[in-house]
Design a protein around this ligand. Structure first.
Ligand SMILES: [Zn+2]
Length: 234
């Protein structure tokens, strides 16, 4: 199993990343439990969402947020703002992009499930704004865009294409493709994240092209989903 991650997050003491398909599908609780057992992280401290392709962000900043969420059922939202040590959060993706945004001090880590709907609703912008709000205007933001469907495979019709900026649309042989990486990057840059502070898994990490490493909804049509997580070690 490979965990695709960013060494800048590891340097801050956070355990984060997107597992290859060998980590198992995150839709299955037994898989999730086994996965976090392997990482030596207590699964009962890992919070889950009911993802809706929306733009809601849930804050886990204080002990009380963490304890009350632990007792509740997974709530409808597509992103987390994590600022509590000893707590962790999970999102699931199968072509959508897992997006990590954090302040360079490592106090706050945002993790979002960015499919095209969330992206056109401005979820990457919203997440960057929230981190800035919490960390203060002087904080430098960093971002990592995990493995997702790339513009080689993300073909759309006119209705979806019309919701994206021209710079994120690629036309090839009369077909239209969306560059999600580009759209997410543009939103982050307009919220003060430097281009050099945004890292992304490259073209060879397209979830739809690389069946050996990834689940892909577009390719497989199944509900299997990759596990992305962020855990703030104590
Ligand atoms: Zn591809």
């Amino acid at each position: 199993m490979i965990i695709f991650s960013d060494e800048r997050l590891a340097a801050l003491g956070a355990v984060c990343g997107t597992a290859s398909r060998h980590g198992g599908s995150g839709r299955n609780i037994k898989n999730l439990k086994r996965f976090f057992d392997i990482l030596n992280i207590d699964f009962s401290n890992m919070l889950r969402l009911k993802q809706t392709h929306g733009e809601k962000i849930i804050d886990i900043l204080a002990e009380k947020d963490f304890l009350s969420y632990k007792k509740s059922k997974p709530q409808e939202a597509d992103a987390w703002l994590l600022g509590k040590d000893g707590a962790g959060v999970i999102i699931l993706t199968a072509d959508c992009a897992p997006l990590y945004v954090w302040d360079n001090g490592g106090k706050f880590i945002g993790l979002a499930h960015c499919g095209w709907r969330g992206v056109v609703s401005g979820l990457p912008s919203k997440l960057a704004k929230r981190i800035k709000e919490k960390a203060g205007n002087n904080a430098k933001l960093c971002a990592y865009i995990g493995p997702h469907i790339n513009s080689c495979c993300f073909e759309v019709k006119n209705d979806v294409a019309s919701m994206f900026g021209q710079e994120s649309i690629i036309k090839r042989d009369g077909r239209i493709f969306v560059d999600l990486t580009k759209e997410i990057t543009c939103q982050l840059i307009s919220n003060g994240v430097g281009l050099g502070d945004i890292k992304s898994e490259c073209k060879c990490r397209c979830t739809c092209c690389d069946a050996e490493n990834f689940f892909s909804y577009r390719r497989d049509g199944t509900k299997n989903a990759l596990i992305s997580f962020a855990y703030k070690a104590v």
